[in-house]
Write a protein that binds this ligand. Structure first.
Ligand code: HEM
Length: 175
């Protein structure tokens, strides 16, 4: 009897694409020397977009999850969506963003620049929010969430505000 065909989910495909982008960037860095800089900057921006997409969508899922009764089919569906989004997109995207960002800072000689210090402070804050969201995914999975939908709405804005500051610092480089 023929085995049923299992299609990779869109989340898994996106995760594979992100891992391939990271691997490609490392290969470019190893092979292309100075010419690698703009290519790896492009890889950094692709990873940033993926990280931010997840960081903006995850708290939105938490808001809807708050309205689902624990144990209901809807609540169980949200748990799967949250865990997949975190594992397949958000976590790998953060690793690629950090790896390429630090490489750009080293290769471009930016480590003494004031804008980079300020940017790193905001990126560390963003990484802290990432850790907090990651813990929330575990709490939702065990039906132990304590925040209200309104509180999650406020948390939903935090990555946006940090992202605006980070992009202004790296593009405008005001100091
Ligand atoms: C994780 C630590 C990070 C480090 C160490 C880092 C560092 C860097 C460096 C050194 C550049 C190249 C700047 C240049 O060539 O002028 C860069 C580019 C960029 N970064 Fe990051 N970055 C990090 C995370 C982020 C995050 C979280 C975001 C957005 C939320 C971001 C957004 C950008 C953008 C948009 C560019 C392109 C800027 C341009 O070409 O004008 N970075 N980053």
């Amino acid at each position: 009897m023929a085995e049923p065909r299992t299609e990779a989910s869109p989340g898994k495909r996106a995760g594979v694409a992100l891992a391939a982008t990271g691997a490609l960037c490392l290969a470019v860095a190893a092979l292309a020397g100075d010419a690698a800089y703009p290519w790896l900057k492009a890889g950094h921006v692709i990873a940033v977009i993926s990280w931010m997409a997840g960081m903006l969508y995850l708290p939105r899922l938490f808001i809807y999850h708050c309205g689902a009764a624990p144990g209901s089919e809807t609540s169980e569906t949200f748990k799967v969506m949250e865990q997949r989004l975190l594992r397949v997109i958000i976590n790998p995207a953060m690793v690629v963003t950090w790896a390429l960002g630090l490489w750009l800072a080293w290769r471009g000689g930016h480590f003494s620049a004031g804008w980079l210090h300020a940017k790193l402070a905001l990126v560390l804050a963003l990484s802290g929010v990432h850790g907090f969201f990651s813990a929330a995914v575990r709490r939702f999975a065990e039906d132990r969430n304590t925040l209200t939908a309104r509180q999650w709405r406020i948390w939903n804005e935090v990555p946006t505000v940090l992202m605006i500051g980070i992009v202004l610092l790296v593009v405008v480089k005001p100091f």
